[in-house]
Design a protein around this ligand. Sequence first.
Ligand code: ACO
Length: 394
Amino acid sequence: MTVAEAKAGLEFKPGLEGVPATLSSISHVDGKKGILEYRGIPIEELAAKSTFLETAYLLIWGQLPTTEELTAFEHEIRYHRRIKYRIRDMMKCFPESGHPMDALQASAAALGLFYSRRALDDPAYIRGAAVRLLAKIPTMVAAFQLMRKGNDPVQPRDDLDYSANFLHMLTEQEADPLAARVFDICLILHAEHTLNASTFSARVTASTLTDPYAVVASAVGTLAGPLHGGANEEVLEMIEEIGSVGNVRSYIDNRIARKAKIMGFGHREYKVKDPRATILQHLAEQLFAKFGRDEFYDIAVELEKVVEEKLSHKGIYANVDFYSGLVYRKLGIPSDLFTPIFAISRVAGWLAHWKEQLGENRIYRPTQIYTGNRNAAYIPLEERQFQADSPDAN
Ligand code: ACO
């Protein structure tokens, strides 16, 4: 379709903003009221009362599990936490300097080599793949962290819950109960968020009827970018760069004058404060009260105040990434693991969308508006002139 043809009919929306690309009953956002619900349940309820695994079950299978169902699900997850030694050996060959998101994307894709049966119409296969991905991704993230320091990975511990086990595998220490609960709530908060970039990517990949490991690997790659999951890492870099509460105002003024984005603020959907940021702020307060307040937290509070003062008229408020980095840092997690941790959580949402996509599948194949040349001549090599806009011009 050419520009002229498009003008006669279709409207192009950059970033597909506001364009419905699927029907979904998994989560709901009201960006004007600051509401987020998973399967109709407000996020505040889930953060206060649920666990990550129960929330994952809710997202994927559409209803809260009974006691028996939850116990069985948790048991299956525990059973599948270990990763094959060949995957560990493959990960040992990754460069230590590589980003953990790249390591995770490669490892998630590698699971498809080991569990390659593709029985998308078999509920047992769907459940097995969902369990494996939920169970093994934390183990892979923790394993890469230890191996890049030259250490052997720590085996999962069957006596520990999901989040306590992850923190144990990551830090080689038993987690404080408050730290484990706060971490689990962080996983609940990040588990699903309608048709964001990585979930859209997961659905597009799912629509080709490829395996779920490829679905998750493609979503991990999409989540890695700084405009999506990578933002919380950049929030901490920004706070470090600011250095003290006294520098906040001039830093923000400077960025606004340069029309530079302030990381951890703004959202395509929310035009009020992201409800997850409010919950995370309370969690951060609890952690800082128990483990000691530091200047990072004070800078963050001032930063939010100044950004609200300057940008709230544009609907720019703190998003989920603004406080999550602070929480993870207080839990002793290195900043380049923040996005892999986001992936540990969001895999629940991706799997829910994978399953939903399979239910009413039609391969994604949008159209484009062609802006290039038509019927151009092929110029023989010896007759070509150097062009000013050649990629080699400089
Ligand atoms: N800092 C300063 N100004 C901002 C910010 C920000 N963080 N976000 C948006 N704006 C301004 C834009 O400059 C623009 O101003 P203008 O109308 O005067 O030109 C206006 O607000 C609209 O911004 P868009 O970029 O068009 O908004 P969009 O919906 O496309 O972007 C996005 C949303 C990508 C999240 C953006 O706000 C951003 O880049 N934020 C920083 C990165 C970040 O925190 N990402 C994490 C998002 S949450 C998540 O993925 C889990």
